[in-house]
Design a protein around this ligand. Sequence first.
Ligand code: AMP
Length: 224
Amino acid sequence: MNVLFFGPNGSGKGTQGAILKDKYSLPHIESGAIFRTNIKGGTALGMKAKEYIDKGELVPDDITIPMILDRLKEADCKNGWLLDGFPRNKNQAIKLDEALKAAGMSLNIVVEIILDREIAKNRIMGRRLCVNDNNHPNNIFIDAIKPNGDKCRVCGGALSTRADDQDEDAIDKRHSIYYDTATGTLASAYYFRDLAEKSSTMKYITLEGKAALPDVTAELISKL
Ligand code: AMP
């Protein structure tokens, strides 16, 4: 099964994606996480990507598109994958669609988490990342997933924040890209929504992101 996951930063996309990954044993490919691993490892890719990520801008397509298309060719993707954070603009959507067609692959499910921009912004600023798994849900502004003191509520791991999550300008830029229905991330989601409308094998699912985490998960599972 091949799955695309859309949602603004702060919508719980990573957490819900991780649930699908476990349920269907799919590799969870997160473009942002790949960049962060490269930044941590001090690679040339990481150094280049950091310039853009810190400002809340997209890493240029000539770096990002081949990185993701190559990742999809790896052995663990043979029986399906879950792509999260890519595509982020219409050009990436078109290139992904072309690459899938060329490889004889199809998309089965496209998920869009719908969340108001103001709510998403607050959630981002409260988000804390667990050292053991960045998708363990921890948010100081959401009662149901408040960390355990300064430790991860799931595993007790140390918590940190992402620099781009504490910078309001960077958040606004990321959201302006996400909510742009002409060329941005929503444009790329709607590109696949239009394809799903004409397809008998591709399903486009929307989820109400305002709901509590377990309720979003329940809606996701019920709509699959
Ligand atoms: P995320 O972890 O999804 O919030 O991504 C963090 C940052 O990585 C984004 O703000 C972008 O700078 C960069 N990034 C992630 N995915 C993409 C993508 N598909 N295209 C361009 N830049 C990306």
